[in-house]
Design a protein. Sequence first.
Length: 269
Amino acid sequence: MPSGIDLLVTEEILSGLSGNSRPLLRELDLQSVVDSTNAEALRRIAAGVGPGLVCVAEQQTAGRGRRGRDWVSPFAGNLYLSVVWEFARGATALDGLSLAVGVAVTDALARCAVADVKLKWPNDILHQGAKLGGILIEVVGGTTGSCQVVIGIGINVNMPDSAAEEIDQNWTDISRITRTTPGRNELLAALLDELLPMLPAFEQEGFAAWRARWSERDAYAGCPVVVHSGPQRMAGIARGVNDAGALLLDAGGEVQTLHGGEVSLRLDT
């Protein structure tokens, strides 16, 4: 391997966890190469794993983003992780979960001196309009009763230019926005330290408890946007989100409430 490479080390990650988060981590599964950490987590669920599993990989060969996009995942350059959690009230209680996860991610980055990170509804992490990371949530189970959730997070830390040629949108990484790039072990520990305690709290309180903090980080608040939902196209002004995490779109004075799924949001330029 190249000299100076910043490999993930289980002991370093665990040592960065606080007393609030460490008991919630049942297993840290750190692998060199997987197809996708979300896919690996789903396989582990099928094999009977419970909540608190965190799958992490140095590289993904088939990383997945939202709406079927590939997630460029070079070796030991970025962070790729998936967290398994269980929610007793089913998928109907998960409205706004990806937004609350985004708040936890921005809090973790701020702890590591990565400032001015914004959130784009429903699951993108931005810096000065460029994509820094993303969130992909997949649910196993029904709309009522217990369900298991895989929360996938990808953060660009030190993206090689050669790998970035495959990215089809404006992007950035931590090494480009900070003078001193924090180590990946430090970053991952901070992410888990913010995310793990948030999950049981979210089940009790719902997204409403995170709405104000998400709104502070809303990259498109008050901006003209275009929303694509399948063949439909709607233009308007982004007016934030409601307590369920749905986008509020002001279309000619009439506020539309839009939920996630296959909805795509873009600035109207």
